[in-house]
Design a protein around this ligand. Structure first.
Ligand SMILES: Cc1cc2nc3c(=O)[nH]c(=O)nc-3n(C[C@H](O)[C@H](O)[C@H](O)COP(=O)(O)O)c2cc1C
Length: 382
């Protein structure tokens, strides 16, 4: 049997603080501290406790070359090797190791920067709900707990010297910019006209042109900027109430300007999925249309291989898309929202996505306002 180490591995010496009740009652120090080695391996995505005795093997076995198991065992011990194989931190060419080996190969094939892959895989939520710890503290509660926040502005000159600028002139973008706000009180029964959805999707996410930069190397022109011009963000639509579109999940195809149906759903099912996607933020659930922004990392990492800036760049791409989505919704007379507090793992399951390849980044949505103010919104007040 041949063995090598998984492609990406970080080891965190984590400290668990605990109240030591026995010590407390005997009048000694009350806090117990326990240090553990936590292995973070993005091809697995779960935190794994390893022992100090296993560390030399993890640091001493090649992640590139396949080596004979017997030779590795003689160096690090058979029990250590067997346990690390079981955990999936060592990989083998044996049939029983195929599933973990394939996950490692998917990770290798995407050209992730190791630290970025780790941040991505270990910052995803599954089934985060109010009863599982999702919290929505008010500003008052935050101030009570943490004191007042750092101020909203800073001055870099202690002597107060400024070059005062003239007031901005009014211009065409102003109407839309000033009307934009994050909606948290959507009309529960409003249906989005198909024409509105069509313009919104096409202008925010659609292709306005296609160019062949080199033989068989195509890029799309869109109305937002994208790192390397690669536009790796895919758009999935959860239609709850859109005129002429059955409730369900769709993929938006940006060159054909078409929705590819993925799952037809009953209205109650879209409501349940919408709420789950946004981790119980019930003020977003009634939006007639939600949009999931998902980075196809392979497309960006094709150019920015193992690149220190690639992860940052793909997140910025999504920010630009969501801002255009907001502005187009505003133009159509509707509030919009974006949230990063999403249950990525539930969304991956619903859409059939592999998180090593497809990175769920944010969920947007829009719809007419109900007129109520049950949840706080921040509209511009002249
Ligand atoms: C990256 C990002 C994540 C956000 N996440 C949430 C969220 O989880 N829940 C929410 O209610 N609003 C969320 N928002 C909206 C902000 O709270 C909102 O933009 C901010 O309060 C300013 O209000 P405005 O957009 O109406 O100007 C998010 C905005 C951004 C840019």
């Amino acid at each position: 049997m041949l063995i090598r180490r998984c492609a990406v591995l970080f080891l965190e010496p984590r400290e668990d603080l605990d109240v030591d009740w026995a010590a407390l009652f005997s009048g000694q120090g009350a806090i117990g501290a326990k240090l553990e080695w936590i292995a973070l391996a993005p091809h697995i995505g779960d935190e794994i406790i390893v022992t100090a005795a296993e560390l030399p093997a993890l640091g001493g076995i090649s992640l590139t070359l396949w080596q004979e198991r017997a030779a590795i065992e003689s160096q690090f011990g058979a029990a250590v090797v067997a346990h690390l194989l079981e955990l999936g931190l060592l990989l083998s060419d044996a049939p029983e190791g195929a599933a973990l080996r394939e996950r490692d190969e998917v990770l290798r094939s995407q050209h992730w920067r190791p630290l970025s892959a780790t941040v991505h895989m270990y910052s995803r939520w599954a089934d985060m709900r109010v009863d599982k710890g999702m919290q929505f503290p008010s500003f008052e509660e935050l101030v009570d707990n943490y004191g007042t926040p750092p101020g909203p502005t800073i001055n870099r000159r202690s002597d107060g010297v400024n070059v005062q600028l003239p007031p901005p002139e009014r211009a065409r973008l102003d109407d839309t910019l000033f009307q934009r706000y994050t909606g948290r009180n959507f009309d529960q029964s409003a249906v989005l006209p198909l024409a509105t959805v069509s313009r919104l999707l096409q202008r925010a996410f659609g292709a306005q042109g296609e160019r062949e930069m080199a033989p068989d190397a195509f890029v799309l022109k869109k109305l937002s900027p994208s790192a390397g011009g690669l536009h790796p963000t895919e758009v999935y639509v959860l239609a709850q109430r859109v005129e002429g579109i059955s409730p369900g999940l769709y993929h938006y195809q940006p060159t054909r300007h078409a929705l590819e149906p993925l799952a037809e759903m009953a209205p109650a099912e879209t409501e349940e999925l919408a709420l789950r996607m946004v981790a119980d933020q019930d003020w977003f659930q009634p939006a007639p249309m939600l949009v999931v922004l998902v980075t196809r990392v392979e497309r960006n990492f094709w150019k920015y291989r193992n690149h220190a800036k690639a992860y940052r760049a793909v997140l910025l791409d999504v920010g630009h898309l969501s801002q255009n989505f907001y502005l187009l919704a505003t133009e159509a007379g509707m509030p919009a929202f974006v949230t990063a507090a999403v249950n990525e793992i539930d969304i991956e399951r619903a859409l059939g996505l592999d998180p090593l390849k497809d990175m769920v980044v944010a969920v947007c949505g829009c719809g007419p306002a109900s007129g109520a103010q049950n949840t706080v919104e921040m509209r511009y007040e002249p």
